[in-house]
Design a protein around this ligand. Structure first.
Ligand code: FNR
Length: 375
């Protein structure tokens, strides 16, 4: 029984026919050169248009915001045109789509940066992780991340303006709204977490100061396109890329409390058992409590993601833990995931080797139910 999962819900100006959303999924297949969405990317999203809401793969707001090879952007005319084809295809199938706005901050490499500069961060601290770059022959390889440069306050203001412009571009591309990626150890998360933010100005130190950058972005983007088309994704207690906070209940409690000041489309939290693609070996035992705490604090629509199947998603909606569940890996392997969950049909297993980079294989070739049944 999936009675609750298949009840409609309003999100900002949108009416969602059910609560099975598609989580943001980086697939590293943007057209080169230029990081421009292609016809194949359009096909991939069109195939998944039966989602209650598609959240696009993370999409860089500027050249400085890129950290991995072959990820799409939303800062050039060609990228806007590419995304317009995607949004039009999803809408033609009756779907709805938000674009996820991304600035990686320190999780980058000089090869992506304007003038090959060092990537930017709240503080010049070493980064425990690797990023995905290309070698001189254009093949993808993993590379160490250099110690980044600390942003100036003027640099922060420029990035706030880049978010605002990117949101405007997303709307010009025909998207229904944007999700601000403030999790997974990327720029806004780097400012939030005490482990990565050692600043002594207005953007560091107290919780209020560490939250300031995100709230300025929310304010600017909301002023540009209307708060009811803006969402925020957070990963409280995530440890990916060296994240960690001394008082996560207080830090994220404060942020989520402040987010009530805007009539946002929704708040998206990732259950910390899975961050990025990695099952976190050091899951904080307080994670369940913090999700419940933030659910109580937040007054709007709450989306949760991370390790859900049909049964646990149904339970989460029925129990009031969440209003919408976003599915990541299950949507990779099952373009018609809502229909499969509703009918309790078997699911295809996604091919993890094809998650990042490559062509059509493991991307646009997963069968829908009728093809399964015919086979
Ligand atoms: C992700 N995830 C992710 N999250 C995000 O906010 N932006 C992104 O671009 C990506 N990219 C991405 C790529 C791939 C291949 C995976 C598997 C995951 C995290 C994703 O949205 C989701 O939170 C997790 O996958 C957990 O949900 P599932 O997969 O257990 O349903």
């Amino acid at each position: 029984m999936t009675t609750h999962l298949f009840c409609p819900i309003s999100v900002g100006p949108l009416s969602l026919p059910h609560r099975v959303a598609m989580a943001p999924l980086t697939r590293s297949r943007a057209g080169q050169p230029g990081n421009i969405p292609t016809d194949m990317n359009t096909t991939y999203y069109r195939q998944r248009a039966s989602a209650a809401l598609i959240i696009s793969e993370a999409t860089q707001i500027s050249p400085q915001g890129q950290g991995y090879a072959w990820t799409p952007g939303i800062h050039t005319e060609a990228q806007i045109a590419g995304w317009r084809a995607v949004a039009d295809a999803v809408h033609a199938e009756g779907g709805r789509m938000f674009l996820q706005l991304w600035h990686v901050g320190r999780v980058s490499h000089p090869m992506f940066q304007p003038a090959n500069a060092l990537p930017v961060a709240p503080s010049a601290l070493p980064v425990p992780g690797k990023t995905f770059v290309t070698d001189p022959d254009g093949n993808g390889i993993w590379a160490d991340i250099p110690v980044p440069q600390a942003l100036t306050a003027a640099g922060v203001a420029e990035i706030v303006a880049d978010y605002r412009q990117a949101a405007r571009n997303a709307m010009a591309a025909g998207m229904d709204g944007v999700e601000i990626h403030a999790g997974n150890g990327y720029l806004l998360d780097q400012f939030i977490n005490s482990a990565s933010n050692h600043r002594q100005d207005n953007y560091g130190g107290s919780i209020e100061n560490r939250a300031r950058f995100l709230l300025e972005v929310v304010d600017a983007v909301s002023a540009e396109i209307g708060a009811e088309r803006v969402a925020v994704r957070l990963t409280p207690m995530g440890r990916f890329m060296g994240m960690g906070d001394t008082t996560p209940e207080d830090t994220f409690g404060y942020i989520v409390g402040r987010l009530n000041e805007w009539p946002l489309a929704y708040l998206h939290l990732v259950e910390p058992a899975i961050v990025g693609t990695v099952r976190d070996e050091h899951v904080d035992p307080r994670w369940d409590a913090i999700i419940r705490q933030l659910r109580k604090t937040y007054q709007g629509v709450l989306m949760l993601a991370g390790g859900y199947d049909g049964e646990s998603a149904e339970r989460a909606i029925a129990d009031g833990r969440a209003d919408i569940i976003a599915f990541g890996r299950p949507f990779i392997g099952n373009p018609d995931l809502p229909e499969r969950l509703r009918g309790n049909y078997p699911l295809n297993t996604p091919d993890a080797a094809a998650f990042f980079g490559g062509g059509a294989q493991g991307y646009v070739d997963y069968p829908v139910l009728s093809q399964d049944q015919a086979a």
